[in-house]
Design a binder for this molecule. Structure first.
Ligand code: PS7
Ligand code: MN
Ligand code: MN
Ligand code: MN
Ligand code: MN
Ligand code: MN
Length: 345
């Protein structure tokens, strides 16, 4: 990675990559995989959306103030010297917004084609976050919409950046449904896995339409006597998320550039591995379930070719099938899904 960063030409660019490492070790690693043409643009795209999300996540910012900040965020990213110091002391990425002027400096130097895409997605994500301040994730439709704003739009933006750079065909930019699925799969797995963490922060992104079938009070899921209900709810949400896997495989089959392929594939194989691990796993309601370091390293090495990720998807699909419980409503859908994954490869 030191070698990949030797082209860095200014102290502000260097600081952006440092902020990338401070805010996400896993995204930093995949972003460094990218060719130089897209490395800084996508690093800045990440930092900008992470900044926006750091405002969205902060429950200490008064609602009206939060809405104004999010509405203005696409202007803030082009306002020289813009920084933000109002995050609560416990907000984990507050340093990014305190030093945001370095992100602005570098963003203003990007090619206009890249700036337009990043600005457009930032504005749309902010509008979506504002919409969900006013209402909660109730139905499965709401769930898809919230995940579209938080992640599907990232898929759209990345796809447009790949096409604009010439590293991928310009036709890729029209695959918006598949690009959306790439984001939805990652976001849903994140939401499923982070149930406890989010619940303890006073938030919940599990759709009420599903969890209300199993309890009237979400807090019950952390209690031992509700273990079976909690697991059945979990398995229903996992099954829903798995519904995006085929689109994800289709999207990745369209990627030609090896660096773009790895950048896309690594988070996806981590997600499918995570879902296999959380499926029917009561630990989700007790601790933060994480995949083993050794397994992650192995997956990263194998996520370089289409054949490699197909094998990974099949192996974890098989693991999931073996974890399904015949009395759960998800038994048949998971079995059918397994058959489809196998025959689509
Ligand atoms: C621009 C790389 C590759 C076509 C910050 C990558 C939070 C799961 O909050 O940090 O810690 O639980 O673990 C990423 C599609 C978005 C979707 C979204 C920008 C893939 C702000 C990532 C990422 C599309 C909203 C972070 C969706 O997870 O969450 C760039 C193709 C940011 C991608 C959030 C979530 C990402 C996420 P937390 P994490
Ligand atoms: Mn995270
Ligand atoms: Mn967040
Ligand atoms: Mn958020
Ligand atoms: Mn999360
Ligand atoms: Mn979080």
């Amino acid at each position: 990675s030191a070698q990949k960063l030797q082209h860095i030409s200014s102290p502000t660019e260097k600081r952006c990559f440092e902020l990338l490492f401070l805010t996400s070790r896993s995204f930093a690693a995949v972003i460094l995989e990218l060719e130089e043409e897209l490395r800084l643009p996508i690093c800045l795209f990440y930092l900008i959306l992470r900044g926006l999300d750091t405002i969205e996540d902060d429950m200490t910012i008064p609602t009206e103030r939060k809405i104004k900040l999010m509405e203005d965020f696409h202007n803030s990213i082009v306002t020289k010297g813009w920084t933000f110091h109002e995050n609560g002391p416990n907000e984990k990425d507050r340093i990014l917004l305190e030093e945001f002027d370095v992100v602005v400096d570098e963003f203003l130097k990007l090619k206009p084609e890249y700036r337009v895409i990043i600005s457009d997605i930032t504005q749309k994500m902010a509008a979506g976050f504002i919409e969900f301040i006013h209402r909660k994730v109730e139905t499965l439709e709401d769930w898809d919409l919230y995940c579209h704003y938080a992640a599907g739009l990232v898929g759209h933006g990345l796809t447009r950046l790949f096409a604009a750079s010439g590293l991928e065909d310009s036709s890729l930019a029209s695959e918006t449904e598949l690009a959306n699925s790439m984001g939805l799969f990652l976001q849903k797995v994140n939401i499923i896995r982070d149930f406890l963490e989010d619940y303890e922060d006073g938030r919940c992104f599990w759709p009420k339409q599903v969890w209300s079938k199993y309890t009237h009070d979400l807090g019950d899921f952390t209690k031992d006597e509700y273990k079976e209900k909690a697991l059945e709810c979990l398995s229903e949400l996992c099954t829903n998320a798995l519904g995006h896997a085929q689109d994800c495989l289709k999207y990745m089959s369209l990627i030609k550039n090896p660096s773009c392929f790895k950048f896309c594939a690594i988070p996806q194989v981590m997600a499918v591995s995570t879902i296999a691990q959380v499926f029917n796993n009561p630990e989700v309601f007790k601790t933060n379930v994480k995949i083993r370091k050794g397994l992650a390293v192995k997956l990263i090495m194998e996520a370089t070719t289409m054949e490699g990720i197909q094998e990974i998807f099949i192996n974890f699909s098989n693991e999931i099938l073996h974890k399904t419980i015949p009395t759960h409503s998800t038994f048949l859908p998971v079995s059918i899904w397994y058959g489809q994954i196998k025959s689509s490869i």
